[in-house]
Design a protein around this ligand. Structure first.
Ligand code: GDP
Length: 446
C-alpha cells in the first residue's frame, strides 16, 4: 500500500546521536531533503547541513539522512534531520518540513506505514512500542527480540504446519468417495498432535513474554486481618491500601504496580475471600476471585496458627501460578525471618510491620518476574495469548471432529478458524479496529 501524503514528527530518542530528530516519510521526503540540503542527497549518507527556514535564516545545523524507499523503516522515502535536540529548534524544523509539504504524523503512524508496507508484521510493530515503553532491561531485550521477528518466526512456523494439515484435510473433502480412507490416515492424527504440542510450547513462551512485558500479576490472599494490606503497602513503599483492625475493610481489589530492580510487579490486594452478606464486600470478593484466576503468583498471607487451614485460599489459582506462603507478624511471635519449604509450599517468615524478611520476598518476586528472560526469550502481549488459546480450542475441536460424522468438513472448518486466529497474531488477518487500537497507543514519531 502506498500513501500519497508525507508525514513528519519529532522523534525523540531516535537517530544515531540519540538526540531528538525530525522524521519525515512519504513521497515528498526527497524534495524536502533537497530543499534543506540545496542539492540531491546521497542515499544513506550522513550529510552535515545547515537547516534554514523560508527566509534563509538558520534554524540549526545538523545531520541529514535520506533513505529512499523501499529500503527504509516505513518502506517509503524517509528523511531524518538530527539537530541539537532542543525542543524549540526541533519544533522550528518540523514547522519548516510542514511548509515544504509534510503533515503532522499521528501516533504510531510511521510504524503503521511500515506494517502496511510489509516491513514489519503486527507482532513486530507492537514490539516497537514495547521496546519504547519497557521499564526493565530484561523486558527491553525481550521486546527487541520480538521486534527482530523471533516471536513472529515461531508463529509462522506453526502457521506453515497448520496450513499443511489443512491442505491434507481439504483434499479429503474433494474426494468424497475416499474421504474415510484419507481421514483415517494416521499421518493426520500424528501431525495434529505435533501441531498441538508445538502450540502448547509456544503458549508457555508467549505467557512468559507477557510477563516480561507487563510484569507479573501477584495476587495477595488470606483471611481478614492477616496483614495483606500491610504487606502490599510495605512492598509498594507507600500508604495505599487501607489498613485497619476491623475485619473486612479491604472491600475492593487494590492494585499497585511496583518495580523491583527492573522487574515490574503488579500487586492486587484482595478482600478476604469469605462468604459475605454485604453487597459491596461481595463485589470485592468477586473481583478478588477473578484476579486470582489470572495471577502469575499467589501470595498467601497468614500466621502460624492458621497456616494449614489457610492453604484453602490458594484454590482457584491457575495451575501454572507460583504459590508462596507468607507467615506474617513474626515480630509478635518473636520468630526470625527465614525461608523454608513446608507442606510442599515455599514458605517465608516475615513481618510486614517491621519490614524484617521483606527483602527475601522482594528477591523471590524479582526472580519470578525475570525468570527465563535469557535464552532468546521474546516479549508478547495478552492479545497474543488470547489468540493462541483460541487456536488451541479450534485444534481440540478438530481432533474431536475427526472422530465424528462429516469429519472432513467439520475438521476443515475448525482448522480454517484456527488459521485465522493464528493469523491475528502477526496481522495476516486483522480488522481496522484492531489496527486502530494498536497504533493509537504508540507515541508520536514512532
Ligand atoms: P488485611 O485485612 O489482611 O489486609 O490486614 P491489614 O494489613 O489490614 O492488617 C491487620 C492488622 O494487623 C493491622 O492492625 C496491622 O497493623 C497489623 N499487622 C499487619 N502486619 C503486621 C505485622 O507484621 N506485625 C504486627 N505486629 N502487626 C501487623
Amino acid at each position: 500500500m502506498t500513501h500519497d501524503d508525507t508525514i513528519a514528527a519529532i522523534a525523540t530518542g531516535a537517530g544515531a546521536a540519540g538526540v531528538g530528530a525530525v522524521r519525515i516519510s512519504g513521497p515528498k521526503a526527497g524534495d524536502i531533503a533537497r530543499a534543506f540540503l540545496g542539492r540531491d542527497p546521497t542515499p544513506r549518507h550522513a550529510h552535515f547541513a545547515a537547516f534554514r527556514d523560508g527566509d534563509g535564516e538558520l534554524i540549526d545545523r545538523g545531520i541529514l539522512l535520506y533513505f529512499p524507499g523501499p529500503h527504509s523503516y516505513t518502506g517509503e522515502h524517509v528523511l531524518e534531520l538530527q539537530g541539537h535536540g532542543s525542543a524549540v529548534l526541533l519544533d522550528a524544523l518540523l514547522r519548516r518540513a510542514i511548509v515544504l509539504g509534510a503533515r503532522l504524523a499521528r501516533p504510531g503512524e510511521f510504524t503503521e506505514r511500515a506494517f502496511l508496507n510489509g516491513k514489519l508484521d503486527l507482532a513486530q510493530a507492537e514490539a516497537v512500542a514495547d521496546v519504547v515503553a519497557a521499564t526493565s532491561e530484561a523486558g527491553a531485550r525481550a521486546a527487541l527480540r520480538s521486534m527482530e521477528g523471533v516471536f513472529s518466526a515461531r508463529v509462522d512456523e506453526l502457521l506453515a504446519e497448520l496450513i499443511a494439515l489443512r491442505v491434507h484435510i481439504e483434499a479429503a473433502i474433494d474426494f468424497p468417495e475416499e474421504e474415510i480412507d484419507f481421514l483415517a490416515d494416521p499421518v493426520i492424527g500424528a501431525n495434529l498432535a505435533t501441531l498441538c504440542a508445538n502450540l502448547d510450547a509456544l503458549l508457555v513462551e508467549t505467557r512468559r513474554g507477557v510477563r516480561l512485558n507487563d510484569g507479573i500479576a501477584v495476587a495477595i490472599v488470606g483471611r481478614p486481618n492477616a496483614g495483606k494490606s500491610s504487606l502490599l503497602n510495605a512492598l509498594a513503599g507507600q500508604e495505599r491500601a487501607i489498613v485497619t483492625d476491623i475485619a473486612g475493610t479491604t472491600r475492593d481489589v487494590l492494585r499497585e504496580t511496583v518495580t523491583i530492580d527492573g522487574a515490574t510487579l503488579e500487586l492486587a490486594d484482595t478482600a478476604g475471600l469469605r462468604d459475605s452478606d454485604d453487597v459491596v464486600e461481595r463485589e470485592g470478593i468477586r473481583r478478588a476471585r477473578a484476579q486470582l484466576e489470572r495471577c502469575d503468583v499467589a501470595l498467601l498471607v497468614t500466621d502460624e496458627a492458621h497456616a494449614r487451614d489457610d492453604l484453602a485460599f490458594f484454590e482457584g489459582t491457575p495451575a501454572q501460578a507460583n504459590r508462596i506462603v507468607v507467615i506474617n507478624k513474626i515480630d509478635l511471635a518473636q520468630a526470625t525471618a527465614h525461608r523454608a519449604e513446608r507442606d510442599g509450599h515455599d514458605t517465608l517468615w516475615l513481618s510486614a510491620r517491621t519490614g524484617d524478611g521483606l527483602d527475601a520476598l522482594r528477591a523471590i518476586l524479582r526472580d519470578l518476574a525475570t525468570a527465563g528472560a535469557g535464552d532468546g526469550a521474546f516479549s508478547a502481549r495478552r492479545r497474543h495469548v488470547v489468540a493462541l488459546e483460541q487456536v488451541r480450542d479450534h485444534l481440540e475441536r478438530t481432533a474431536d471432529a475427526l472422530h465424528g460424522s462429516h469429519a472432513g468438513e467439520l475438521a476443515a472448518e475448525e482448522l480454517r478458524h484456527a488459521q485465522q486466529a493464528l493469523g491475528e497474531v502477526t496481522g495476516a488477518y486483522s480488522s481496522d479496529d484492531l489496527l486502530g487500537a494498536i497504533f493509537s497507543s504508540f507515541c508520536i514519531g514512532k
